[in-house]
Design a protein around this ligand. Sequence first.
Ligand SMILES: O=C(O)C(=O)C[C@]1(C(=O)O)C=C[C@@H](O)C=C1
Length: 357
Amino acid sequence: MELSSLRLRIDSLDDQLLELLNERMKLVKQVGELKRATNTIIYRPEREKQIIDRLEKQSTGLLSRSAIEAIFLEIFAVSRNLELPERIAYLGPEGSFTHQAAESRFGGMGEYLVLPTIHSIFDSVETGRASYGVVPIENNQEGVVIETVDLLREKELLISAEILLPIHFTFVSQSDSLQVIRRIYSKDIAFRQCSKFLREYFEEANVELIPVESTSKAAKLASQEPDAAAICSHIAAKLFGVPVLFDNIEDSDQNRTRFIILSKNFVNQRSQSDKTTLIANLPNTNRPGVLYDFLKDFNDRGINLIKIESRPLRQGSTFRSWFLVEFEGHYEEPAVQEIMEKYGSNLKWLGSYVRIA
Ligand SMILES: O=C(O)C(=O)C[C@]1(C(=O)O)C=C[C@@H](O)C=C1
């Protein structure tokens, strides 16, 4: 078939898609009105997952799960905006991986508040300046983000969802010839994680690697200096309009960062695959068996522990710790309830949400 007739058919399908999307939004608006009348939460990640799971099973065409997810997460983001526009704070600067994580869940139309520190994100959600806050909690190559973990204990916020982002670096420059490049800007951690690429392409060259505080700043500098390049996120390259010369230049394609979405007063309903995060302040961990007994309580109930991270209690000169604990399951499951009851105020529940990582 000819290009013009293929395009005509595409136009006709787009008309139908638009009509259906408008129909969908009418229903969403009604859901929003119901929710506002009953004062219930707009963002329901477990419902969104249920829709995507169902569509994936039903799909017989060319769309993969991630394609379905990309399209529908954007539709949900527009829906939520229509139900009630809510502000989302994320750890900046613009073009950071946290920005990319936030957009992957709250869409391109979200109203964002860009803040400079993890602490300021917690504060903005606590004071209600933002309804949600997006912060990194761990990277699978570098470990947990201590500031996030410590603030989860200190503050009274909940985790409503998690986001898993593959960390891909791009090499960007205004110059289309590598010979011209004299300087490469990036974060020190990004230089470390792209060392093979740098060795392969710039070992012999007289090029200076200049660490800056963020990969977005690197992209900005590269956008202004024709003989410079940057290693940055895709979103930063787009934001500062610097052409991408190489994609996915990281040494390991297994590099992932996990982000959490913080909020106040959030309760997810159970889904088929949930994760719970809590803080454990165990009484007197100097007595033999206290930590063992605690872990055994999970094992005895068939609960799969995913993570236990210890942090200093900072009580005088002791070496006592508190723990961030994550396990498979939802707060409402009887086995989890038993543990919560047994340890009472020694445990602080931080949220049960759809497990992605
Ligand atoms: O089902 C709901 O609770 C809705 O608000 C609708 C909808 C959707 O677009 O399908 C939108 C937002 C929620 O996060 C989940 C689903």
